[in-house]
Design a binder for this molecule. Structure first.
Ligand SMILES: Cc1cc2nc3c(=O)[nH]c(=O)nc-3n(C[C@H](O)[C@H](O)[C@H](O)COP(=O)(O)O)c2cc1C
Length: 124
């Protein structure tokens, strides 16, 4: 769900105490869960949301936009604000906007610290 209406954005911001700025756009990624969903389904739903979030953030970056993933909102209040049906759960939010400054990429761990050959801890 793409939230751009200023009034609704203000309400979303109000139920999201960990989001400090008012971004141009909130994207809310929801998972659909059957009431009898297995634990496996629950996990794959979450993975799907995370994959969608990553794709959105990479696309935003390619368009020269800035994005931030956020989870510090009250799910029930957000559902009410956005009229999200019961069967859907807002799992992740992406805030989008024009970058305020041109930041260098954050430092990364060396690949050799996080990629292993064949077995964990084996040098790649
Ligand atoms: C799943 C997830 C949820 C997050 N939720 C919030 C949030 O609600 N509010 C917030 O300020 N940062 C949140 N963060 C942290 C920011 O998205 C971001 O990762 C952090 O500011 C570090 O960014 P940087 O690595 O570009 O410096 C969350 C991060 C993750 C991975």
């Amino acid at each position: 769900m793409d939230v751009t209406d200023p009034t609704i954005k203000g309400l979303v911001r109000r139920v999201s105490p960990g989001i400090f700025a008012l971004p141009t756009v909130f994207i809310v990624i929801c998972a659909g869960r059957a009431p009898d969903a297995s634990e496996w389904n629950e996990w794959t739903c979450l993975a799907d949301c995370a994959i969608a979030a990553q794709n959105i953030m990479l696309a935003a970056q390619a368009l020269g936009l800035a994005s931030c993933v956020a989870i510090s909102y009250t799910q029930t209040a957000l559902k009410e604000t956005l009229d999200i049906p019961d069967r859907l759960i807002p799992e992740l939010m992406i805030t989008l906007g024009c970058p305020a400054e041109d930041l260098a990429p954050p430092p990364r761990l060396a690949l050799s610290q996080i990629v292993f050959a064949n077995q964990y801890g084996k040098v790649w």
